[in-house]
Design a protein around this ligand. Structure first.
Ligand code: ATP
Length: 358
């Protein structure tokens, strides 16, 4: 097991930018995810760690070992690809044993190791099956077993769930997390799916256009997004523009674009937010923190007209027009009558739920 350090790593493809100045330290045993939209540089970064690409600038270390220009087979990483890259003409057993054969592990040891790993990924009894006789989920587990059987220092997973249907994705995501916790292996996971990243990771690196936007725990990324991009990429949020009009103790007073007065806490601000009178700020307000007003809150109540209401059983979701702004809310259904399109509604935006994203 090993930590992974990327020390100001850049990758250019000719004149084209791949990734720029990635600087991270991934702890031993950590589950670390690269998250971002297509083309943001996730795979390029992973490939540099695996050794399929070399950085144009910067260094990569596993623990204290410099690996920047080592070829892939000398790095002791196990990789699972999006399309699994299994050998279709070989059996499950042969696929998993392949890496051990290449490393000249003797047959008895290899058999013992393959059987142990098949048990771990719950593929017992499938050894003689051909790959084309397996379901997508089973193929995914073969790919995982093949990566793990070589006992890598680091496990690299590139969108490993994207070929599975929704239900299987969810099951497999728990399965991968279980394995990772059981083995304690340093794992780097690439995905564009924020729910996957949030549910599995110790920390997430959010990327856009080859640049790192934010590194943090799922909680930090969700509740303390550094900018509009991160706030809107991770889950749903309302992004309201406003102007700082004053301060009251530890609170910031803001006039929204449509003239609503709101108050939030100074401490709930990204380092990029400009909190001084007259400055423009972007507020991120999560729908689940907006509550239907009881009429007793005093401050931070806005009124509007319901544009859409949706009853999902457990929740009531509203889209409300508040002046020129739209406000999404999502609250637990407490059995109150559900408002319909055109109805007036009062909504309470608790002070602690306003985050100044910069
Ligand atoms: P996806 O989720 O679609 O795989 P990604 O976030 O993994 O996207 P990368 O594949 O890392 O993104 O690509 C980052 C950028 O580098 C893109 O602009 C891409 O076009 C470019 N790029 C990647 N590989 C090459 C290459 N071999 N030659 C030239 N440009 C490349």
């Amino acid at each position: 097991m090993s930590s992974v350090t990327l020390d100001h790593v850049h990758k250019r493809f000719g004149q084209a930018k791949g990734v720029e100045d990635v600087h991270i330290h991934i702890e031993t045993g950590e589950f670390f995810t690269f998250l971002g939209p297509s083309g943001c540089g996730k795979t390029t970064t992973l490939r540099m760690i695996a050794g399929f690409y070399y950085p144009t600038e910067g260094h990569i270390r596993f623990g204290s070992q410099e690996v920047t220009s080592l070829p892939p087979h000398k790095r002791n990483t196990g990789m699972v690809f999006q399309n699994y890259a299994l050998f279709p003409h070989m059996t499950v057993f042969e696929n998993i044993a392949f890496g051990l054969q290449v490393r000249k592990v003797n047959k008895t040891d290899a058999k013992e190791r393959v059987e142990r790993i098949m048990k771990l990924v719950r593929l017992e009894g499938y050894g003689e099956r051909r790959i084309d006789q397996l379901s997508g989920g089973q193929q995914q587990r073969v790919a995982l077993a093949r990566a793990l059987v070589i006992e890598p220092q680091i496990l690299l997973l590139d969108e490993p769930l994207s070929n599975l249907d929704a239900k299987l994705r969810e099951e497999t995501r728990f399965e991968i997390k279980r394995l990772q916790l059981e083995l304690g292996i340093t794992t780097i996971y690439v995905t564009h799916d924020q729910a996957e990243a949030m549910s599995m990771s110790d920390r997430i690196m959010v990327m856009q256009s080859g640049e790192v936007q934010q590194i943090g725990t799922p909680h930090e990324i969700y509740h303390r997004p550094v900018n509009r991009f991160v706030a809107s990429f991770i889950g749903e949020t309302n992004l309201w523009e406003g102007t700082v009009t004053g301060f009251d103790g530890d609170e910031v007073l803001v006039r929204t674009a449509s003239g609503q007065m709101l108050s939030g806490f100074k401490k709930n601000a990204s380092p990029r937010a400009q909190l001084s009178v007259g400055e423009k700020v972007t507020m991120s307000i999560r729908p689940e923190s907006v509550l239907e007003s009881t009429g007793n809150e005093g401050q931070n109540v806005v009124t509007g007209s319901v544009v859409m209401s949706e009853f999902t059983g457990a929740c009531v979701n509203y889209v409300t027009q508040v002046g020129t702004e739209s406000l999404r809310s999502m609250s637990i259904n407490l059995g109150r009558p559900i408002k319909q399109r055109g109805d007036a509604i009062g909504l309470h935006i608790p002070k602690e739920s306003i985050y100044f994203a910069g």
